[in-house]
Ligand binder design. Structure first.
Ligand code: ADP
Ligand code: MG
Length: 465
């Protein structure tokens, strides 16, 4: 499945899932298997510290994050405050350091957090876990002795818990304190963004060992900037989302409207734009071509619409954005790429003309509405070939969309007759397999017609090289 834009591999939310949103290869172990910290086989010092401090069972975010992190993958983890994210990153990180002692490697793990108080708290927790081991941990925040902090690098302090500001200052003095860094952790990324640390964090990340593991933790995925930061700092990563969509966006109602085909969708779209009340509406399409094609009929139907897509030059984009911002047009038809990071007030409705290709795109899209707690509604038009994709997104985001019928434009498609426990249509997979077979058969015939056994002539590009 195409997911090239983000390079994300998504770990499904529930252990028993039988679908994959993208090319994920890891099957999460079941909750039952991981009901105790001892099942992670953590370094004995860590296990002892857990027992000593009364921690018995991992919380859900720990169950999901620890095994994935132990394999040194990059992760973006979203889970509510108080869900136990600190141990979720400290345990696997410290384990990986402990099983591979290296006393002269300089700083091996760096945890960046938004505030001094939080840094202090994590520092103490880290000390507790490392009690009796040869690993040392340092605290670097503003307001403390600069020279002493500078010395930490010289003393090969293995783990550093810090706020971004002071680290940045120290970076200007020491050329490469993080060149051997094994793990970079950004905790409370959403808060760091709110506090204006975005650039600082990016600069620090750039100064860290390129081959490090990076873990990004946030209380929410829908915060403007978290996914953007993940794209920049993590590049390729797995997503572990513990929040339901309702947790994330309680003030946005998620609806679906079933449609027979694209022509029917077009009628539904025009109807919705004429009958819903909103200041501004955003319509998403999966392709530039479709986005452009949608606009004219809407205008002909009296809707003040315009289009925004990635092929337009910067000037043109800005012109369109201004028209939309100023309310000269109140409907913007856009592609995913064009709408990334769009922050415009008054968007109360988002319509997905097509089901987005994956859950991350869905979050990106709907995050455009309901900004700063305004209420909003999102409506996804779903035809039968998109049913399973929609069901996958529902399951990934752990939310049932509200099914809405529009009487005036009632269609024939009322959803699959039989559904699996996953919400997908029964027989859907078989059909796809049959289709694949057909394609393969065509290929065989095609080859038969050509020079059997001979290699194809290399393409001109290959010959030129
Ligand atoms: P978050 O970072 O997600 O807001 P914290 O890591 O600060 O959450 O943990 C919140 C509280 O839960 C802390 O007091 C912590 O000691 C406690 N806690 C974390 N993990 C566990 C666990 N597995 N069992 C019991 N308590 C836990
Ligand atoms: Mg925390």
């Amino acid at each position: 499945m195409g997911n090239t834009a983000y390079n994300v591999r998504i770990i499904p939310n529930l252990p028993s899932l039988n679908y994959t949103m993208t090319e994920t290869t890891s099957t999460p172990a079941t909750v039952a298997e991981l009901s105790d910290f001892s099942s992670f086989n953590l370094h004995s010092a860590l296990q002892e510290a857990l027992t000593k401090n009364g921690f018995e069972k991992p919380t859900p975010v720990q169950q999901r994050t620890i095994p994935a992190s132990l394999t040194r993958q990059n992760l973006l983890v979203s889970a509510k405050t108080g869900s136990g994210k600190t141990l979720a990153f400290l345990l696997p990180t410290l384990h990986n350091l402990l099983i591979n002692p290296n006393y002269y490697a300089g700083t091996r793990a760096l945890v960046l957090v938004p505030t001094r108080e939080l840094a202090q708290q994590i520092f103490l927790q880290c000390q507790q876990l490392l009690d009796g081991t040869a690993l040392n941990v340092g605290l670097i925040t503003g307001g403390e002795d600069f020279k002493k902090q500078q010395n930490m690098f010289r003393k090969n302090t293995a783990v550093i818990i810090a706020t971004p500001g002071r680290i940045l200052e120290l970076l200007t003095l020491d050329t490469a304190p993080f060149e051997n860094l094994e793990t970079l952790i950004l905790d409370e990324a959403d808060r760091m963004l709110d506090m204006g640390f975005s650039e600082d964090v990016l600069t620090i990340a750039k100064n860290c060992n390129e081959n490090r593991q990076t873990l990004l933790f946030s209380a929410t995925l829908t915060h403007a900037g978290v996914l953007k930061m993940a794209d920049k700092v993590l590049k390729k990563y797995e997503l572990i989302a513990l929040n339901t969509l309702r947790d994330e966006l309680p003030h946005i109602q998620q609806q679906i409207v079933l449609a027979d085909d694209n022509a029917h969708k077009q009628q539904l779209l025009a109807w919705l734009l004429k009958n819903e009340t909103f200041e501004k509406a955003l319509v998403f399409s999966n392709s530039r071509l479709q986005a452009t094609a949608l606009c004219d009929p809407l205008r002909a139907a009296g809707v003040r619409a315009t289009v925004l897509h990635g092929d337009m030059d910067q000037k043109e984009r800005q012109r369109v954005m201004k028209l939309f911002r100023d309310g000269v047009v109140n409907v913007l038809v856009a592609t995913d790429l064009a709408a990334r990071g769009l922050d415009i007030k008054g968007i109360q409705i988002v319509i997905n003309f097509e089901v987005p290709r994956n859950g991350i795109n869905y979050i990106h899209r709907i995050g455009r509405t309901g900004r700063s707690d305004e209420t909003g509604v999102t409506i996804t038009l779903v035809k039968h070939t998109e049913w399973n994709l929609m069901a996958g997104i529902e399951r990934f985001l752990r939310q049932s969309f509200i099914r809405r019928n529009i009487k005036e434009l009632a269609g024939k498609f009322q959803g699959p007759k039989k559904l699996k426990a996953s919400g997908k249509s029964v027989g859907g997979k078989k059909k796809i397999e049959e289709k694949k077979e057909k394609v393969e058969k065509v290929k065989v015939r095609d080859r038969d017609k050509k020079n059997v056994g001979k290699r194809r002539a290399p393409t001109p590009k290959v010959t030129a090289e």
